[in-house]
Design a protein around this ligand. Structure first.
Ligand SMILES: *Cc1c(COP(=O)(O)O)cnc(C)c1O
Length: 355
């Protein structure tokens, strides 16, 4: 730490992303990214004229991209905010609405970035414990007047809350914001995006990093009332007007239009997930009901930390959280059928060794 660091950050613990080691080739199932390439339309969009045009700044209003998203989600471009990954979109939510003196709440087990943002932006955060079955304690959010941020489906549990429960939270207090982080919504779940007309206190955040296979392009968006989006854009223009590169905008616009490809990819992941879950259960694993592109698994005799290390030695990266309540579980991203076959093969040999 230099002696110049702003004292308010002295205690800050930054977010720790899933590792990206380069010592060998790994089957990478530790960050819920996608193992398949983005839509072929993306490659087409990243053309020579686009590259030659990069001497100029791109459109800071990102209108083509916002229009494309608006069309798919049946809202207006004025109801869409776009950012450099949904992490940045969430960051702009904090900066625009919470930073300084707001009070927010989220579950004790959820996406780790919410606590980091709260610390970064000086927000008073309260956590509500998930119930023993890891489901969200809806009543706790109905009772409090704090702003709410929920990942739905939640990570790393993979469990999903029905939209009717989110509506209860929205209705309980219309003077507080409810941010729903839908990073995994495409894997067969219902989005809250159609509710933004009905609830002016709702912000729905989504990403291109999971179902749209574009984690490295850094693309995310929010859908909300046009007043909320106007506020967020004002703060964006007060901080970094050109937050998305021309390349990312072109990639995102092409990807969001290719709804058939999205559907195909999601179907494949869900099929591979179900097959993986079934096989792991037959090997004695307990697995939470996944509504995402990852599974959260535990085994009665194979300790999750050991399972993580043994998989790693065999060239497979997964995500282990040595934290209260979840240290018995391992999070495994669903990759291609071939990758999951390798996971199952290695898992069987690990189990043979401990039995
Ligand atoms: C992956 C993930 C994000 C971040 O996505 P980016 O768009 O890559 O920044 C946000 N929220 C949750 C719950 C995630 O799992």
């Amino acid at each position: 730490m230099s002696r110049f660091l702003n004292s308010r950050y002295a205690e800050l613990h930054p977010y720790v992303p899933g590792e990206q080691p380069k010592d060998r080739t790994y089957i990478k199932l530790n960050a819920n990214e996608s193992s398949v390439p983005p839509s072929p339309a993306v490659l087409e969009a990243l053309s020579v004229p686009l590259i030659n045009g990069m001497g100029r700044y791109e459109d800071p209003h990102c209108m083509d991209f916002r229009k494309a998203i608006a069309e798919v989600y049946h809202v207006t471009p004025e109801q869409v905010f776009v950012g450099n990954g949904s992490d940045e979109v969430l960051g702009f939510c904090f900066l625009t609405f919470f930073s300084g003196r707001s009070k927010i709440c989220f579950p004790d087990i959820t996406y780790g970035f919410y606590q980091v943002y709260a610390d970064t932006f000086g927000v008073d955060a309260q956590v509500f414990a998930l119930k023993p079955d890891f489901s969200i304690d809806v009543d706790a959010y109905v009772r409090t007047d704090r702003h709410v941020i929920l990942a739905n489906p939640n990570a790393p549990t993979g469990l999903c809350l029905p939209v009717s429960d989110i509506e209860r939270i929205l209705r309980a207090n219309r003077d507080r914001l409810v941010v729903i982080d839908e990073a995994y919504v495409d894997y067969g779940n219902k989005s809250c995006a159609p509710l933004v007309e009905k609830y002016p206190n709702l912000i729905v955040v989504q990403t291109f990093s999971k179902s749209r296979n574009l984690a490295g392009a850094r693309l995310g968006f929010a859908i909300a009332s046009k007043e909320i989006i106007k506020d967020m854009n004002a703060i964006k223009f007060a901080f970094n007007p050109f937050n998305l590169s021309e390349m990312a905008l072109a990639a995102g616009t092409a990807a969001v239009k290719d709804t058939a490809y999205l559907e195909k990819c999601v179907k494949q992941i869900v099929k591979t997930r179900e097959y993986t879950v079934q096989t792991l259960r037959s090997l004695g694993f307990y697995i939470l009901e996944s509504h995402t592109n990852f599974i959260f698994v535990k085994h009665p005799v194979l300790f999750a930390g050991d399972y993580y290390r043994r998989l790693r030695e065999n060239g497979i990266l997964t995500r282990y959280y040595d934290e209260d309540r979840i240290r018995d579980y391992l999070r495994i991203t669903i990759g291609t059928p071939e990758e999951m076959d390798e996971v199952l093969r290695v898992t069987k040999s690990i189990l043979c060794a401990v039995a």
